[in-house]
Write a protein that binds this ligand. Structure first.
Ligand SMILES: [Zn+2]
Length: 173
């Protein structure tokens, strides 16, 4: 079986400017591109799990999301990074969907698609819902203080994604 690192997007990888969907609003948190490059050299499957309720709220379209995502992935790859797949929830919070954080569905989908052993895998995010989702899926959890930096019961409290990836590579968590 494979192992995986599941990553939140807004507030963990890029600066959370609320409903980010325009290319000009993509701003990587300092050190993140280099950290992703380091992670890309490991055997971990690298998967982004992101809430895009702005689509369900009508703030932007699925097409806007896809254009933004393509650009973000190109920037990551340009620096030697790799994202194996992105799973997202496009629904309005009131829609009662089964994929919104902290429900574990999107992580479970990734685990199924990539044959991932979740007990040896990680979920990293800045919000309590990210940490709760990771725990609900049976992952180890890491919180970061970038973005919302919400208080949570994560297995490891990292300063940022750089620190989180170092902790994984150096087996501190
Ligand atoms: Zn959903």
């Amino acid at each position: 079986m494979n192992v995986g690192v599941f990553l939140d997007r807004d507030g963990t990888i890029n600066v959370d400017k609320e409903y980010v969907h325009k290319i000009e609003d993509l701003e990587f948190i300092p050190g993140v591109l280099e950290a992703l490059t380091k992670l890309a050299k490991t055997d971990y499957k690298i998967i982004i799990i992101t809430s895009q309720s702005g689509i369900g709220r009508g703030f932007y379209t699925q097409r806007d999301y896809e254009i933004f995502t393509k650009h973000m992935l190109e920037e990551i790859e340009k620096h030697g990074g790799r994202i194996d797949r992105i799973y997202y929830c496009p629904h309005h919070p009131d829609a009662g969907c089964d994929c919104r954080k902290p429900k574990p569905k999107l992580i479970l989908d990734g685990a199924k698609d990539f044959d991932i052993d979740l007990s040896k895998s990680y979920m990293i995010g800045d919000k309590k819902a990210d940490v709760d989702m990771g725990r609900n899926a049976g992952c180890k959890t890491i919180s970061v203080m970038t973005g919302k930096g919400e208080k949570s019961e994560a297995d490891y409290a990292a300063k940022n994604l750089v620190d989180a990836i170092d902790a994984i590579i150096n087996k501190k968590v």
